[in-house]
Design a protein around this ligand. Structure first.
Ligand code: S6P
Ligand code: ZN
Length: 211
């Protein structure tokens, strides 16, 4: 048969996992070294729980083409490093013009987005809310709740992930911090530097051939 086989997957909201997928990886706190602003607070977490899972991703990848859609679930623990809420590493899609959809199944989160030229968008999400991440936006999830943040996602299978874009600019432009009243506030990241026109142009050029 020349047509791909349909697939049914179950989502376990309780465990934050996609069942009957074909991919699973975990990120421990040790893996997140260097992400957070408060290094002494992060060292304390490392001393206690370096090899515990901070977040994990279960997924199904039907193929490798633009027209194949990866789908999966990210489950992230709640907590903070000092005042900064737990987050995923974040990336831009290596083929930058590939979008993504995130659907919150449980918990409260922020989809933190940054355009290559430094615009910031923060979309707060709760259960049954969907965020569309347009092409070219750097994105990461932040858990601002008291329980696991569980999000379904789907994106073209040839998107790829470039994590270096965040490292090269000294992190993302803002950090999501506890505001002293149990809520959150976005604070400027003093280490952040804007991307050059050349880098932005290269990102736009490297959009990949959507065939
Ligand atoms: C991939 C998609 C998600 C994230 C996952 C973990 O394009 O956005 O599957 O990979 O939420 O986040 P991160 O930042 O470690 O890739
Ligand atoms: Zn992505």
């Amino acid at each position: 048969m020349i047509f791909a086989e349909p697939r049914l997957c179950d989502v376990s909201v309780g465990t934050g996992m996609l069942k009957n997928g074909d991919g699973h990886y975990r990120k421990t706190y040790r893996d997140l070294t260097g992400l957070y602003a408060d290094a002494p607070a992060f060292d304390q977490i490392l001393a206690r729980q370096a090899d515990e899972v901070a977040y994990e991703v279960t997924s199904y990848t039907p193929g490798a083409k633009t027209s194949d859609m990866i789908m999966g679930v990210t489950r992230m623990e709640p907590g903070r490093v000092g005042r900064e809420y737990y987050l995923t590493r974040g990336h831009i899609h290596a083929n930058g013009d590939r979008p993504e959809v995130y659907y919150t199944l449980a918990g409260r989160g922020i989809m933190q987005m940054e355009s290559p030229d430094g615009e910031v968008r923060l979309i707060e999400m709760g259960p049954q809310q969907i965020c569309y991440v347009p092409p070219f936006w750097i994105h990461r999830s932040v858990n601002i709740g008291t329980g696991d943040l569980v999000m379904f996602f789907s994106y073209p299978a040839d998107s790829g992930q470039d994590y270096g874009i965040i490292e090269r600019s000294g992190g993302m432009r803002v950090r999501i911090m506890e505001d002293g009243r149990g809520g959150w506030v976005a604070e400027d990241n003093p280490a952040w530097t804007n991307r050059s026109t050349e880098e932005v142009t290269a990102i736009l050029k490297n959009a990949g051939a959507a065939v």
